[in-house]
Ligand binder design. Structure first.
Ligand SMILES: [Zn+2]
Length: 122
């Protein structure tokens, strides 16, 4: 028991315990993001008499809603990968994603190298 735990720690691949913990955390993340999207897309209060001011406010509100939706889409994609047994592999190069990174960003799609390439390309 102790031995398998030590090997599990040294190994960068995900253990069944890791996967269970990540699944829980992704489910929580989904609930949180769904709620966030609901709140951000709720109709803004119409108390402002100046139409230009309300237009600016709408713009400010739309941006976080869009990024929350993007994260939600990532989270849902991660749940699909978990269900299909493809979780934890880079979407581009198919190499396993670093375990430490998945612990921080459970919905990560890309390995460290592909992430860097994408950021430089942006
Ligand atoms: Zn990759």
């Amino acid at each position: 028991m102790v031995n398998t735990r030590i090997t599990g720690r040294r190994d960068r691949r995900l253990t069944p315990e890791d996967l269970a913990a990540l699944r829980d955390s992704i489910h929580e993340q989904r609930l949180f993001r769904e709620e966030q999207v609901r709140q951000l897309t709720a109709a803004p209060p119409r108390t402002d008499p100046d139409p230009r001011a309300s237009a600016a406010r709408t713009e400010v509100r739309t941006e976080p809603a869009a990024s929350a939706r993007m994260v939600l889409a990532d989270v849902e994609a991660a749940l699909r990968r978990l269900a299909e047994g493809r979780y934890g592999h880079c979407h581009l190069c198919r190499r396993p994603i670093d375990r430490a990174h998945l612990m921080i960003v459970p919905q990560a799609r890309y390995c460290a190298r592909c992430r860097q390439v994408r950021e430089v390309a942006r």
